[in-house]
Design a protein around this ligand. Structure first.
Ligand code: HPA
Length: 284
């Protein structure tokens, strides 16, 4: 029996190419998107202020899943920042929502094939380092992948990258310096920190936070690491910035709730947006 002809591309690479072609067909200017951007909880409004903005709902884009969490709009906005073409994701897909890491990272694959050579990953995170306060911005210098999975598990497609990609500098050092210098020029302190990714969706226990401290983590969250790994696999340069929306469990005696995470993100949003506006044109 002949297999049913669905007209759907079958390998991940072809599906990502198909998504990139679809985006280009809907928004021809997407061709110029040099910088891809993932906007985390409470930080999505940045995309509303892009020049020449063209939004596309994730639901329209072949291969994209749909986020389920409040505070994540679920659209890709193509536009410009200071004349530089960007593709900004308002909301991301999380492992805790039940998506596979392939689904979580599919947009990065698609935006990489669209032509983005730089990826800016932003997130809300809990602060472990006592020198961070609520609302602090942290540039990610390295990560701990504690998700219990890796987005590159399975067959490797060498068109994306090597089987065993190097991860000795996931977060581009030059990009870190650019972000720190631009923050300084804005009068904002931006510290470096190590981001630990856990699957979630429950927040950590105080004992888990003590463990993460021993492991060297400064911030903890439930995202970013899969996208960063996939980007490096494709040779895309990565900048990661966390907004410390709350102190991690047991660091302060307050319970953690999602509303507070969103509120803090929204409170620092203006500063965050200004920093992104200054940094993006400098990413080459
Ligand atoms: N833990 C994990 N993820 C988070 C947190 C936290 O405290 N805050 C925002 N995202």
């Amino acid at each position: 029996m002949r297999p049913v002809e669905t007209g759907q591309p079958d390998t991940l690479y072809e599906r990502a190419e198909h998504a990139a072609r679809f985006i280009r067909s809907r928004v021809p200017a997407a061709e110029d998107a040099r910088v891809a951007l993932v906007l985390g909880s409470g930080l999505g409004a940045f995309a509303d202020a892009l020049e020449d903005a063209h939004p596309l709902a994730y639901a329209e884009i072949p291969g994209f899943a749909r986020p389920t969490v409040e505070g994540h709009a679920g659209r890709l906005v193509l536009g410009k920042v200071e004349g530089v073409g960007v593709a900004a994701m308002q909301g991301r897909f999380h492992f805790y929502e039940g998506y596979t890491l392939e689904e979580v990272t599919f947009p990065v694959r698609a935006l990489g094939l669209l032509g983005a050579g730089s990826l800016v990953l932003t997130n809300a995170a809990g602060g472990l380092n006592n020198s961070f306060e609520q609302g602090a911005l942290v540039v990610i210098s390295d990560h701990l992948n504690l998700l219990g999975a890796n987005p590159l598990l399975g067959t490797n497609d060498p068109r994306f990258g090597p089987r065993f990609p190097d991860m000795s500098e996931v977060y581009d050092r030059e990009y870190q310096d650019i972000a720190i210098n631009e923050a300084h020029a804005l009068g904002v302190e931006l510290r470096r920190g190590i981001y630990a990714a856990l699957a979630g969706p429950s927040y950590e226990t105080p004992a888990e936070i003590r463990m993460l401290r021993l492991l060297g983590a400064d911030a903890v969250g439930m995202s970013t690491v899969p996208e960063a790994i996939v980007a490096r696999h494709m040779g895309i340069r990565v900048l990661g910035i966390s907004c410390i929306t709350n102190m991690a469990a047991g660091v302060s005696d307050k319970p953690i709730n999602h509303e507070e995470v969103i509120e803090t993100g929204e409170r620092v949003h203006e500063t965050f947006a200004e920093l992104l506006r200054r940094v993006i044109p400098k990413l080459s």
